[in-house]
Design a protein around this ligand. Structure first.
Ligand code: ZN
Length: 92
């Protein structure tokens, strides 16, 4: 599948350890206002230690459904209740 993001595939992004290990689905995605950093988190609460740095391509391969968010601007986040749900995009 073609990599759809405007960012480079090796762009550093934050993912929580639960989603990275495949234990939990990605249910929260933010595109930070300050630095344009993407963050991919599951529905659990997180400590600072839970955040891992991976490439955007890694996350896309993990869950292709994040490809629906390529046009989400900085300063917005997306949530969903379950992995099968559509993303709901909100302003931070
Ligand atoms: Zn998590």
């Amino acid at each position: 599948m073609k990599f759809p993001f405007y960012d480079a595939p090796n762009t550093a992004t934050i993912i929580c350890c639960h989603a990275m290990n495949g234990e939990e689905p990605i249910l929260f995605v933010s595109h930070d206002e300050d630095d344009g950093m993407w963050q991919f988190l599951c529905g659990k609460t997180h400590e600072t230690d839970d955040a891992k740095l991976v490439s955007l391509e890694f996350v896309f391969k993990l869950d292709n459904s994040i490809g629906a968010l390529i046009d989400m601007s900085c300063g917005y986040y997306a949530i969903r209740e379950k992995q099968e749900d559509n993303w709901m995009i909100r302003k931070c």
